[in-house]
Write a protein that binds this ligand. Structure first.
Ligand code: ZN
Length: 177
């Protein structure tokens, strides 16, 4: 495995619509292993292949849980088939270091795709996982979270290096901790 370089804006690969994956050969399995390692190294909760310069429809996700271990997914050709509800979140992106922005995301999403064995994956997600699924699927369509900002004053500069802020953050209505 190896770390790959995360592309930052304005790298044009981040604006490309990624191509569908037809079959997973050895080099793509290597890519997926590298993406997971790169995501973990950057303290990310999700990474799209376009962010490491490969314009293919592959995402990896590792969303933390309070009580149990991370929820991890590798999804090939992901497609969001349904969105429900709306909520305001503060989000960041490994490809836009040093900023977070307030945008609207869905409360729940349904996603379809395949896993690395080629089996169909169906996910019904809410909360942070739903947010990450929307964020990473957007990447595959050349869309960045900053495209969803209602205005530029919804974008905040955060003092780098704060790696934990380079990932989607929850805006909890009732922060207890
Ligand atoms: Zn991102």
């Amino acid at each position: 495995m190896a770390l790959r370089t995360i592309r930052n804006v304005p790298d044009p690969v981040l604006r490309q619509k990624a191509k569908r994956v037809k079959s997973l050969d050895r080099s793509l399995r290597q890519l997926i292993a590298d993406m997971k390692e790169t995501m973990a190294d950057a303290n990310g909760v999700g990474l799209a292949a376009t962010q490491v310069g490969v314009s293919l429809r592959i995402i990896v996700i590792s969303v933390p849980h309070k009580d149990r271990k991370n929820e991890e997914y590798t999804i090939i050709n992901p497609e969001i088939v349904r969105r429900k509800g709306e909520r305001i979140v503060k989000e960041g992106c490994l490809s836009i270091p040093g900023y977070i922005g307030e945008i609207r995301r869905s409360e729940q999403v349904r996603l379809r795709g395949t896993d690395i064995e080629g089996k169909e994956v169906k996910l019904h997600a809410e909360g942070l996982l739903a947010e990450v699924l929307e964020h990473e699927t957007d990447h595959l369509n050349g869309v960045l979270y900053v495209d969803h900002l209602e205005s530029q004053d919804k974008l905040e500069k955060v003092e780098p290096p704060v790696p934990c802020l380079n990932r989607p953050l929850h805006k909890t209505p009732n922060p207890e901790q």
